[in-house]
Design a protein around this ligand. Sequence first.
Ligand code: GLA
Length: 385
Amino acid sequence: MNKLVQIFEQTFHAQPEVIASAPGRLEILGNHTDYNEGFVLSCAVDQRTTALMRKTSGNMAVIYDERADSYARIDLNDLALPITPKWAGYPAGVVSELKKRNFAVGGFEAVISSTVPLSAGMSSSAAFETAVLFALQKLYGLDIPPADSARIGQGVENNFLGLKTGLLDQFSSIFGVENAFILSDFRSVEVLKSVTMQPGASILVVNSMEKHNLVDSEYNTRRAACESAAAKLAERHDGVKTLRDVSMELLDSEKNILTDEEFRRAKHVVGECTRVMQAVDLLAQNNVAGFGQLWWESHESSRINFENSTPALDKLIEISRTLPGALGARLSGGGFGGISIHLVQDRYLEEYQKQISALYKEYCRITPETIICHPGAGASAQQLK
Ligand code: GLA
């Protein structure tokens, strides 16, 4: 933090007034369930984005992104796209969403710094939006309930960047709990409970190093298929609004009214909601092996039903099945590249890391980035002076 304050002072010849920090997240189970009003088990991580800010008069935002070593000057009275450089679209989007909700924000100067891997599936964008939003809230004294803060971040993705993502990323970044997973319900939009895992196993993130770019990906078409499947089922079944309301039995019995694609997309979502609830039960019984097994099942469903995996991610999961200490592995987040998460017994962790790196490199000549992740605390902001 001291280094960042120094950078702020050197950049703006003034002291920052507030500091905010927001973590990346891992989706543990519950893939593409959030926008279907389903359940997700997720956690915030130790990797965080930090924003230092001070108010300025006028209507300009001047932001220095330390990681990109890049500046942005944004006219807050003219937030029409395109905003350059590209990353400045996030803070611009936050201001735009705040204005839409009649929150008054004026000019500011900011330094942003982040340790959340970019475009990998750990929600670097949600961490960015949330850190900026929390800093602005503190700076301008805006009283926004946390769930609405998550909606503002989601609004940036949906309205500003054109990506129809759900609430999971911002929600996990805001509501994350140290050393625990959170079970969220995206119908009532609340955290139902935090869930702990007994010691002895750790989460290893293995990045396939294929950048996933959700805007260019098929995220929106996956969402559309889920919604059209739900609409067809809703026509014939009272009480069905979204895939959250559909059981596997109901889905199987109505297979013939859905296209093959709708059926498989829905099967993934319905299966994921079930696996989330099974996971919570298994963790309560300290059955970490059973919990990990669900990760492999989830990945298999991504591969076959949701088709949001890639050959590289499949390779990482295939390798995981051959390694000592492996309890489970799956893609995590939107998919179409990015990271996989591996549940590994602690005593094998180092060896596992070495072996998966070597075997993946043999396969595609790229050394994957590996990160041991701990569930971390959610976003926060503080006044500095
Ligand atoms: C991305 C989206 C989330 C969620 C996940 C898949 O991370 O931003 O809203 O849909 O994909 O579970």
